[in-house]
Design a protein around this ligand. Structure first.
Ligand code: UGA
Length: 453
Protein backbone atom coordinates (compact mmCIF):
# COMPACT_ATOMS: atom_id res chain seq x y z
CA UNK A 1 0.00 0.00 0.00
CA UNK A 2 1.47 3.32 -1.13
CA UNK A 3 0.56 6.77 0.10
CA UNK A 4 -0.68 9.05 -2.64
CA UNK A 5 -1.83 12.67 -2.58
CA UNK A 6 -3.93 14.06 -5.41
CA UNK A 7 -3.98 17.84 -5.67
CA UNK A 8 -7.08 19.14 -7.46
CA UNK A 9 -10.42 17.34 -7.26
CA UNK A 10 -11.88 17.98 -10.72
CA UNK A 11 -12.77 15.04 -12.91
CA UNK A 12 -9.12 14.12 -13.56
CA UNK A 13 -8.17 14.34 -9.87
CA UNK A 14 -11.22 12.46 -8.62
CA UNK A 15 -10.87 9.68 -11.17
CA UNK A 16 -7.15 9.39 -10.40
CA UNK A 17 -7.85 9.32 -6.66
CA UNK A 18 -10.66 6.77 -6.96
CA UNK A 19 -8.79 4.40 -9.28
CA UNK A 20 -5.59 4.39 -7.22
CA UNK A 21 -7.62 3.83 -4.03
CA UNK A 22 -9.38 0.95 -5.80
CA UNK A 23 -5.96 -0.47 -6.73
CA UNK A 24 -5.18 -0.72 -2.99
CA UNK A 25 -3.38 2.52 -2.21
CA UNK A 26 -4.09 5.06 0.52
CA UNK A 27 -5.14 8.29 -1.21
CA UNK A 28 -5.80 11.80 0.09
CA UNK A 29 -7.41 14.35 -2.23
CA UNK A 30 -6.56 18.02 -1.65
CA UNK A 31 -8.44 21.03 -2.95
CA UNK A 32 -8.55 24.71 -1.99
CA UNK A 33 -12.32 24.72 -2.61
CA UNK A 34 -13.72 24.11 0.90
CA UNK A 35 -17.27 23.56 -0.36
CA UNK A 36 -16.13 20.82 -2.74
CA UNK A 37 -14.14 19.13 0.02
CA UNK A 38 -17.15 19.35 2.36
CA UNK A 39 -19.31 17.57 -0.23
CA UNK A 40 -16.65 14.93 -0.87
CA UNK A 41 -16.19 14.36 2.85
CA UNK A 42 -19.94 13.85 3.13
CA UNK A 43 -19.63 11.08 0.51
CA UNK A 44 -21.03 13.13 -2.39
CA UNK A 45 -19.46 13.61 -5.84
CA UNK A 46 -19.32 17.26 -6.91
CA UNK A 47 -19.35 16.27 -10.60
CA UNK A 48 -21.46 14.03 -12.82
CA UNK A 49 -19.26 11.21 -14.08
CA UNK A 50 -20.77 7.73 -14.53
CA UNK A 51 -19.74 5.35 -11.71
CA UNK A 52 -17.65 7.93 -9.85
CA UNK A 53 -19.99 8.66 -6.94
CA UNK A 54 -20.28 4.91 -6.14
CA UNK A 55 -16.52 4.37 -6.29
CA UNK A 56 -15.83 7.41 -4.09
CA UNK A 57 -18.35 6.14 -1.53
CA UNK A 58 -16.89 2.62 -1.65
CA UNK A 59 -13.38 3.84 -0.80
CA UNK A 60 -14.59 6.35 1.67
CA UNK A 61 -15.96 3.29 3.49
CA UNK A 62 -12.79 1.17 3.01
CA UNK A 63 -10.90 4.11 4.50
CA UNK A 64 -8.49 4.24 1.56
CA UNK A 65 -9.78 7.61 0.39
CA UNK A 66 -9.96 10.88 2.30
CA UNK A 67 -10.21 14.56 1.39
CA UNK A 68 -8.83 17.73 2.91
CA UNK A 69 -8.21 21.41 2.20
CA UNK A 70 -4.96 21.29 4.14
CA UNK A 71 -1.79 20.33 2.26
CA UNK A 72 -0.16 19.47 5.58
CA UNK A 73 -2.68 16.61 6.01
CA UNK A 74 -1.79 15.05 2.68
CA UNK A 75 1.68 15.88 1.40
CA UNK A 76 4.21 14.93 4.15
CA UNK A 77 3.18 11.26 4.19
CA UNK A 78 2.81 10.93 0.42
CA UNK A 79 5.26 8.94 -1.70
CA UNK A 80 3.56 10.24 -4.83
CA UNK A 81 1.80 13.59 -5.35
CA UNK A 82 -0.32 13.98 -8.47
CA UNK A 83 -0.95 17.55 -9.68
CA UNK A 84 -4.43 17.55 -11.26
CA UNK A 85 -5.40 21.24 -11.13
CA UNK A 86 -6.89 22.99 -14.14
CA UNK A 87 -4.81 24.79 -16.78
CA UNK A 88 -7.35 27.09 -18.47
CA UNK A 89 -6.72 29.24 -21.52
CA UNK A 90 -4.89 32.44 -20.57
CA UNK A 91 -5.45 35.89 -22.08
CA UNK A 92 -2.84 35.26 -24.79
CA UNK A 93 -4.17 31.82 -25.82
CA UNK A 94 -1.47 29.94 -23.92
CA UNK A 95 -2.19 27.81 -20.85
CA UNK A 96 -2.70 29.77 -17.63
CA UNK A 97 -0.44 28.14 -15.04
CA UNK A 98 -1.50 30.17 -11.99
CA UNK A 99 -3.15 27.18 -10.34
CA UNK A 100 -0.24 24.89 -11.14
CA UNK A 101 2.25 27.34 -9.65
CA UNK A 102 0.12 27.83 -6.55
CA UNK A 103 -0.26 24.06 -6.11
CA UNK A 104 3.49 23.50 -6.59
CA UNK A 105 4.27 26.18 -3.98
CA UNK A 106 1.88 24.65 -1.46
CA UNK A 107 3.24 21.15 -2.12
CA UNK A 108 6.81 22.43 -1.70
CA UNK A 109 6.07 24.02 1.67
CA UNK A 110 4.52 20.78 2.94
CA UNK A 111 7.17 18.31 1.67
CA UNK A 112 8.72 16.09 4.32
CA UNK A 113 12.54 16.41 4.22
CA UNK A 114 12.70 12.88 5.67
CA UNK A 115 11.80 11.02 2.46
CA UNK A 116 11.78 11.47 -1.30
CA UNK A 117 8.49 12.55 -2.87
CA UNK A 118 7.71 11.98 -6.53
CA UNK A 119 5.60 14.84 -7.89
CA UNK A 120 3.63 13.77 -10.97
CA UNK A 121 2.20 16.31 -13.42
CA UNK A 122 -1.06 14.85 -14.65
CA UNK A 123 -2.72 18.10 -15.69
CA UNK A 124 -2.14 19.14 -19.29
CA UNK A 125 0.83 21.51 -19.05
CA UNK A 126 2.91 23.27 -21.68
CA UNK A 127 6.24 21.79 -22.63
CA UNK A 128 8.79 22.90 -20.05
CA UNK A 129 6.32 22.97 -17.14
CA UNK A 130 7.92 19.99 -15.41
CA UNK A 131 11.18 21.89 -15.18
CA UNK A 132 9.36 25.03 -13.96
CA UNK A 133 7.64 22.99 -11.24
CA UNK A 134 10.95 21.46 -10.20
CA UNK A 135 12.35 25.00 -9.83
CA UNK A 136 9.40 26.02 -7.61
CA UNK A 137 9.78 22.89 -5.47
CA UNK A 138 13.48 23.54 -5.17
CA UNK A 139 13.02 27.15 -4.08
CA UNK A 140 10.11 26.69 -1.73
CA UNK A 141 10.73 23.29 -0.11
CA UNK A 142 11.96 23.07 3.45
CA UNK A 143 15.53 21.96 4.13
CA UNK A 144 16.02 20.74 0.57
CA UNK A 145 13.41 17.99 0.83
CA UNK A 146 14.28 15.38 -1.83
CA UNK A 147 11.85 15.22 -4.75
CA UNK A 148 11.56 14.24 -8.42
CA UNK A 149 9.17 15.60 -11.05
CA UNK A 150 7.52 13.36 -13.65
CA UNK A 151 5.09 14.06 -16.46
CA UNK A 152 2.34 11.46 -16.69
CA UNK A 153 -0.45 12.98 -18.79
CA UNK A 154 -4.03 11.83 -18.53
CA UNK A 155 -6.01 10.64 -21.54
CA UNK A 156 -9.41 10.39 -19.87
CA UNK A 157 -12.58 11.20 -21.76
CA UNK A 158 -15.31 12.85 -19.74
CA UNK A 159 -18.27 10.51 -19.53
CA UNK A 160 -16.05 7.42 -19.68
CA UNK A 161 -13.23 8.70 -17.50
CA UNK A 162 -13.33 5.80 -15.04
CA UNK A 163 -13.34 3.21 -17.77
CA UNK A 164 -10.38 4.99 -19.38
CA UNK A 165 -8.55 5.24 -16.03
CA UNK A 166 -8.91 1.50 -15.41
CA UNK A 167 -8.18 0.48 -19.03
CA UNK A 168 -5.68 2.97 -20.48
CA UNK A 169 -4.47 2.40 -24.07
CA UNK A 170 -1.07 3.44 -22.82
CA UNK A 171 0.56 5.08 -19.82
CA UNK A 172 3.12 7.73 -20.74
CA UNK A 173 5.78 8.45 -18.13
CA UNK A 174 8.29 11.21 -18.81
CA UNK A 175 11.32 11.67 -16.58
CA UNK A 176 15.08 11.85 -16.86
CA UNK A 177 15.56 9.31 -14.07
CA UNK A 178 14.91 5.61 -14.88
CA UNK A 179 14.49 4.72 -11.17
CA UNK A 180 11.79 7.35 -10.76
CA UNK A 181 10.08 6.20 -13.97
CA UNK A 182 10.14 2.63 -12.65
CA UNK A 183 8.54 3.70 -9.34
CA UNK A 184 5.69 5.44 -11.20
CA UNK A 185 5.34 2.52 -13.63
CA UNK A 186 4.89 0.18 -10.64
CA UNK A 187 1.89 2.25 -9.52
CA UNK A 188 0.18 1.42 -12.83
CA UNK A 189 0.98 -2.32 -12.74
CA UNK A 190 -2.54 -3.35 -11.64
CA UNK A 191 -4.00 -1.80 -14.80
CA UNK A 192 -1.91 -3.95 -17.17
CA UNK A 193 -1.45 -1.20 -19.76
CA UNK A 194 1.58 -0.70 -22.00
CA UNK A 195 3.96 1.78 -20.40
CA UNK A 196 5.80 4.20 -22.65
CA UNK A 197 8.87 5.78 -21.02
CA UNK A 198 9.97 9.12 -22.46
CA UNK A 199 11.78 12.31 -21.61
CA UNK A 200 9.87 14.81 -19.47
CA UNK A 201 9.28 17.19 -22.38
CA UNK A 202 8.22 14.46 -24.81
CA UNK A 203 5.53 13.30 -22.35
CA UNK A 204 4.21 16.85 -22.11
CA UNK A 205 4.17 17.15 -25.89
CA UNK A 206 2.52 13.73 -26.43
CA UNK A 207 -0.53 14.98 -24.56
CA UNK A 208 -0.93 18.12 -26.71
CA UNK A 209 -0.13 16.35 -29.96
CA UNK A 210 -2.68 13.60 -29.17
CA UNK A 211 -5.50 16.05 -28.50
CA UNK A 212 -4.54 18.15 -31.51
CA UNK A 213 -4.57 15.04 -33.72
CA UNK A 214 -8.05 14.04 -32.53
CA UNK A 215 -9.35 17.60 -33.01
CA UNK A 216 -7.77 17.66 -36.48
CA UNK A 217 -9.62 14.48 -37.47
CA UNK A 218 -12.91 16.07 -36.40
CA UNK A 219 -12.25 19.31 -38.31
CA UNK A 220 -11.06 17.30 -41.30
CA UNK A 221 -14.37 15.44 -41.33
CA UNK A 222 -16.22 18.75 -40.92
CA UNK A 223 -14.54 19.93 -44.09
CA UNK A 224 -15.35 16.68 -45.91
CA UNK A 225 -18.97 16.99 -44.69
CA UNK A 226 -19.28 20.45 -46.21
CA UNK A 227 -17.98 19.14 -49.50
CA UNK A 228 -20.36 16.15 -49.26
CA UNK A 229 -23.26 18.54 -48.64
CA UNK A 230 -22.45 20.33 -51.87
CA UNK A 231 -22.09 17.14 -53.88
CA UNK A 232 -25.03 15.10 -52.57
CA UNK A 233 -22.87 12.50 -50.81
CA UNK A 234 -23.57 10.94 -47.38
CA UNK A 235 -20.48 11.69 -45.23
CA UNK A 236 -21.28 8.72 -42.97
CA UNK A 237 -20.67 6.32 -45.86
CA UNK A 238 -17.45 8.17 -46.63
CA UNK A 239 -16.29 7.94 -42.98
CA UNK A 240 -17.03 4.21 -42.84
CA UNK A 241 -15.16 3.59 -46.07
CA UNK A 242 -12.21 5.64 -44.88
CA UNK A 243 -12.13 4.05 -41.43
CA UNK A 244 -11.77 0.55 -42.92
CA UNK A 245 -8.25 1.51 -43.95
CA UNK A 246 -6.15 0.30 -41.01
CA UNK A 247 -3.81 3.26 -41.53
CA UNK A 248 -6.74 5.60 -40.84
CA UNK A 249 -8.93 3.64 -38.41
CA UNK A 250 -12.61 4.28 -37.67
CA UNK A 251 -12.49 6.52 -34.59
CA UNK A 252 -13.04 10.28 -34.45
CA UNK A 253 -14.36 10.45 -37.99
CA UNK A 254 -17.91 11.43 -36.99
CA UNK A 255 -18.82 14.66 -38.73
CA UNK A 256 -21.23 17.01 -37.01
CA UNK A 257 -21.13 20.38 -35.35
CA UNK A 258 -17.55 19.83 -34.24
CA UNK A 259 -15.76 19.51 -30.95
CA UNK A 260 -16.26 21.26 -27.63
CA UNK A 261 -15.35 20.51 -24.04
CA UNK A 262 -12.70 21.71 -21.68
CA UNK A 263 -9.83 20.06 -23.54
CA UNK A 264 -9.68 20.13 -27.34
CA UNK A 265 -10.30 23.88 -27.89
CA UNK A 266 -8.02 24.84 -25.00
CA UNK A 267 -5.21 22.43 -25.88
CA UNK A 268 -5.16 23.20 -29.60
CA UNK A 269 -4.99 26.93 -28.74
CA UNK A 270 -2.21 26.30 -26.21
CA UNK A 271 -0.22 24.20 -28.69
CA UNK A 272 -0.61 26.92 -31.33
CA UNK A 273 0.64 29.44 -28.77
CA UNK A 274 3.65 27.25 -27.93
CA UNK A 275 4.40 26.95 -31.65
CA UNK A 276 4.33 30.75 -32.11
CA UNK A 277 6.59 31.12 -29.07
CA UNK A 278 8.97 28.71 -30.76
CA UNK A 279 8.75 30.90 -33.89
CA UNK A 280 6.71 28.49 -36.01
CA UNK A 281 3.34 29.42 -37.56
CA UNK A 282 1.01 26.47 -36.91
CA UNK A 283 -1.24 26.88 -39.98
CA UNK A 284 -2.96 23.53 -39.55
CA UNK A 285 -3.83 24.13 -35.88
CA UNK A 286 -5.31 27.55 -36.71
CA UNK A 287 -7.38 25.95 -39.48
CA UNK A 288 -8.60 23.21 -37.11
CA UNK A 289 -9.95 25.87 -34.73
CA UNK A 290 -11.46 28.00 -37.49
CA UNK A 291 -13.21 25.03 -39.13
CA UNK A 292 -14.63 24.11 -35.73
CA UNK A 293 -16.03 27.63 -35.26
CA UNK A 294 -17.44 27.58 -38.78
CA UNK A 295 -19.21 24.24 -38.09
CA UNK A 296 -21.35 26.04 -35.49
CA UNK A 297 -22.04 29.07 -37.67
CA UNK A 298 -22.98 27.01 -40.71
CA UNK A 299 -25.33 24.89 -38.60
CA UNK A 300 -27.28 28.03 -37.67
CA UNK A 301 -27.25 29.17 -41.31
CA UNK A 302 -28.71 25.78 -42.27
CA UNK A 303 -31.52 26.15 -39.74
CA UNK A 304 -32.16 29.70 -40.87
CA UNK A 305 -32.26 28.71 -44.54
CA UNK A 306 -34.76 25.91 -43.90
CA UNK A 307 -36.99 27.88 -41.56
CA UNK A 308 -37.12 30.87 -43.88
CA UNK A 309 -37.09 33.71 -41.41
CA UNK A 310 -35.33 32.99 -38.15
CA UNK A 311 -36.63 36.18 -36.54
CA UNK A 312 -39.73 35.23 -34.61
CA UNK A 313 -39.15 31.50 -35.25
CA UNK A 314 -39.18 28.97 -32.39
CA UNK A 315 -36.29 26.51 -32.36
CA UNK A 316 -36.21 23.42 -30.15
CA UNK A 317 -32.67 22.58 -29.05
CA UNK A 318 -32.19 18.95 -28.07
CA UNK A 319 -29.11 18.53 -25.90
CA UNK A 320 -26.88 21.16 -24.30
CA UNK A 321 -23.87 19.31 -22.84
CA UNK A 322 -20.77 19.32 -25.07
CA UNK A 323 -21.23 15.57 -25.49
CA UNK A 324 -23.42 12.83 -23.98
CA UNK A 325 -22.94 11.46 -20.44
CA UNK A 326 -21.66 14.70 -18.98
CA UNK A 327 -23.20 17.87 -17.60
CA UNK A 328 -20.20 19.84 -18.84
CA UNK A 329 -21.05 22.92 -20.87
CA UNK A 330 -17.53 24.23 -21.33
CA UNK A 331 -17.01 25.30 -24.96
CA UNK A 332 -20.20 23.39 -25.80
CA UNK A 333 -21.41 23.99 -29.39
CA UNK A 334 -24.90 24.53 -27.90
CA UNK A 335 -23.80 27.82 -26.31
CA UNK A 336 -22.60 29.46 -29.55
CA UNK A 337 -25.50 28.04 -31.53
CA UNK A 338 -28.13 29.23 -29.04
CA UNK A 339 -26.53 32.68 -28.73
CA UNK A 340 -26.51 32.98 -32.51
CA UNK A 341 -30.18 31.90 -32.74
CA UNK A 342 -31.20 34.34 -29.99
CA UNK A 343 -29.30 37.21 -31.59
CA UNK A 344 -31.21 36.57 -34.82
CA UNK A 345 -34.49 36.92 -32.94
CA UNK A 346 -35.48 33.27 -32.43
CA UNK A 347 -37.13 31.83 -29.34
CA UNK A 348 -35.18 28.82 -28.06
CA UNK A 349 -36.82 25.94 -26.17
CA UNK A 350 -34.27 23.46 -24.81
CA UNK A 351 -33.98 20.14 -23.07
CA UNK A 352 -30.97 18.22 -21.76
CA UNK A 353 -31.07 15.29 -19.30
CA UNK A 354 -28.40 16.72 -16.97
CA UNK A 355 -26.97 20.05 -18.18
CA UNK A 356 -30.01 22.35 -17.74
CA UNK A 357 -29.08 23.64 -14.30
CA UNK A 358 -25.68 24.78 -15.55
CA UNK A 359 -27.23 26.19 -18.75
CA UNK A 360 -29.78 28.26 -16.84
CA UNK A 361 -26.94 30.20 -15.25
CA UNK A 362 -25.33 31.20 -18.56
CA UNK A 363 -28.36 31.34 -20.86
CA UNK A 364 -31.31 32.61 -18.81
CA UNK A 365 -33.21 33.69 -21.98
CA UNK A 366 -33.83 30.08 -23.03
CA UNK A 367 -37.14 28.33 -22.22
CA UNK A 368 -36.08 25.15 -20.39
CA UNK A 369 -38.44 22.21 -20.88
CA UNK A 370 -39.27 19.02 -19.02
CA UNK A 371 -38.58 16.73 -21.99
CA UNK A 372 -37.92 16.61 -25.71
CA UNK A 373 -41.62 16.64 -26.65
CA UNK A 374 -42.24 19.75 -24.58
CA UNK A 375 -39.22 21.42 -26.18
CA UNK A 376 -40.56 20.57 -29.66
CA UNK A 377 -44.03 21.91 -28.88
CA UNK A 378 -44.82 24.83 -31.20
CA UNK A 379 -41.32 24.74 -32.72
CA UNK A 380 -40.62 25.57 -36.34
CA UNK A 381 -37.48 23.44 -36.22
CA UNK A 382 -35.79 20.90 -33.97
CA UNK A 383 -31.99 21.14 -33.74
CA UNK A 384 -30.26 18.06 -32.32
CA UNK A 385 -27.04 19.20 -30.66
CA UNK A 386 -26.02 16.42 -28.22
CA UNK A 387 -26.48 12.77 -29.16
CA UNK A 388 -27.73 11.40 -25.82
CA UNK A 389 -28.69 7.71 -26.14
CA UNK A 390 -32.09 8.43 -24.64
CA UNK A 391 -32.87 10.71 -27.62
CA UNK A 392 -32.98 7.73 -29.99
CA UNK A 393 -36.08 5.82 -28.91
CA UNK A 394 -38.70 8.51 -29.44
CA UNK A 395 -42.21 8.73 -30.76
CA UNK A 396 -41.31 10.84 -33.79
CA UNK A 397 -44.91 10.95 -35.01
CA UNK A 398 -45.73 12.67 -31.72
CA UNK A 399 -42.76 15.03 -32.10
CA UNK A 400 -43.95 15.93 -35.59
CA UNK A 401 -47.52 16.47 -34.39
CA UNK A 402 -46.61 18.88 -31.58
CA UNK A 403 -44.36 21.03 -33.81
CA UNK A 404 -45.56 24.07 -35.71
CA UNK A 405 -43.11 23.45 -38.57
CA UNK A 406 -41.44 20.30 -39.86
CA UNK A 407 -37.72 21.11 -40.02
CA UNK A 408 -35.33 18.70 -38.25
CA UNK A 409 -31.64 19.62 -38.33
CA UNK A 410 -29.45 16.85 -36.95
CA UNK A 411 -26.10 18.19 -35.74
CA UNK A 412 -24.83 14.68 -34.97
CA UNK A 413 -26.15 12.67 -37.91
CA UNK A 414 -28.07 10.38 -35.59
CA UNK A 415 -31.14 9.65 -37.66
CA UNK A 416 -31.98 8.02 -40.94
CA UNK A 417 -32.84 10.71 -43.51
CA UNK A 418 -35.31 8.51 -45.40
CA UNK A 419 -37.18 7.45 -42.25
CA UNK A 420 -37.32 11.06 -41.05
CA UNK A 421 -38.66 12.22 -44.42
CA UNK A 422 -41.27 9.45 -44.33
CA UNK A 423 -42.43 10.87 -40.99
CA UNK A 424 -42.95 14.24 -42.65
CA UNK A 425 -39.81 16.03 -41.51
CA UNK A 426 -37.68 18.26 -43.69
CA UNK A 427 -34.50 16.56 -42.46
CA UNK A 428 -30.90 17.70 -42.83
CA UNK A 429 -27.80 16.33 -41.19
CA UNK A 430 -24.24 17.60 -41.53
CA UNK A 431 -22.94 16.19 -44.80
CA UNK A 432 -26.07 14.06 -44.90
CA UNK A 433 -28.81 15.29 -47.19
CA UNK A 434 -31.98 13.42 -47.82
CA UNK A 435 -31.71 14.05 -51.50
CA UNK A 436 -29.36 11.88 -53.47
CA UNK A 437 -27.70 13.22 -56.60
CA UNK A 438 -30.48 11.88 -58.83
CA UNK A 439 -33.11 13.91 -57.04
CA UNK A 440 -31.06 17.02 -56.27
CA UNK A 441 -31.93 18.42 -59.68
CA UNK A 442 -35.66 17.72 -59.07
CA UNK A 443 -35.35 19.64 -55.83
CA UNK A 444 -33.97 22.60 -57.76
CA UNK A 445 -30.49 22.27 -56.27
CA UNK A 446 -27.69 22.82 -58.80
CA UNK A 447 -25.88 19.50 -59.26
CA UNK A 448 -22.24 19.54 -60.29
CA UNK A 449 -21.80 17.74 -63.60
CA UNK A 450 -20.07 14.37 -63.42
CA UNK A 451 -16.40 14.72 -64.11
CA UNK A 452 -15.67 13.68 -67.68
CA UNK A 453 -12.77 11.34 -68.16
C1 UGA B 1 -10.58 14.53 -24.76
C2 UGA B 1 -9.72 13.34 -25.18
O1 UGA B 1 -10.50 12.36 -25.90
C3 UGA B 1 -9.09 12.67 -23.97
O2 UGA B 1 -8.19 11.64 -24.41
C4 UGA B 1 -8.30 13.73 -23.18
O3 UGA B 1 -7.75 13.17 -22.01
C5 UGA B 1 -9.25 14.85 -22.77
O4 UGA B 1 -9.81 15.43 -23.95
C6 UGA B 1 -8.42 15.85 -21.98
O5 UGA B 1 -7.51 16.44 -22.58
O6 UGA B 1 -8.60 15.94 -20.78
P1 UGA B 1 -13.09 14.82 -23.85
O7 UGA B 1 -12.88 16.28 -24.06
O8 UGA B 1 -13.68 14.34 -22.59
O9 UGA B 1 -11.69 14.03 -23.98
O10 UGA B 1 -14.05 14.34 -25.01
P2 UGA B 1 -14.03 13.47 -26.35
O11 UGA B 1 -14.85 12.27 -26.15
O12 UGA B 1 -12.66 13.28 -26.89
O13 UGA B 1 -14.87 14.45 -27.30
C7 UGA B 1 -14.43 15.78 -27.58
C8 UGA B 1 -15.36 16.45 -28.57
O14 UGA B 1 -15.20 15.91 -29.86
C9 UGA B 1 -16.84 16.34 -28.24
O15 UGA B 1 -17.43 17.60 -28.42
C10 UGA B 1 -17.37 15.35 -29.26
O16 UGA B 1 -18.72 15.56 -29.57
C11 UGA B 1 -16.47 15.65 -30.45
N1 UGA B 1 -16.32 14.53 -31.41
C12 UGA B 1 -15.71 13.38 -31.04
C13 UGA B 1 -16.76 14.69 -32.71
O17 UGA B 1 -17.32 15.74 -33.08
N2 UGA B 1 -16.58 13.66 -33.62
C14 UGA B 1 -15.98 12.51 -33.26
O18 UGA B 1 -15.84 11.60 -34.12
C15 UGA B 1 -15.55 12.35 -31.94
Amino acid sequence: MRNIAVVGTGYVGLCTAATFAHAGNRVVGVDVDAEKIARLTAGESPIFEPGLAQLLREHWRTGRLAFTTDYADAIPAADFVFICVDTPTGANGGADLHHVRAAAGSIARALDPGHRTIVIDKSTMPVGSGEAIAAILHEASRADAPFAVVSNPEFLREGSALHDAFHPDRVVIGSGDPAVTAAVAALYEPFGAPIYRTSLRAAEMIKYASNAMLATRISFMSEIAHICDGLGVDVREVATGMGMDTRIGPQFLKAGIGFGGSCFPKDVKALAFMAEEAEYTPQLLHAVLEINREARRSFVRKISHLVGDIEGATIAVWGLAFKPDTDDLREAPSLDIIRDLLSRGATVRAFDPVAMEAARRVLPEVVYCADLYQAATGADAVALITEWDTFRALDFALVRSVMRGQVFVDGRNQFDPTAMAALGFTYRGVGVSLVQVASLADAGVPVPAPVSV
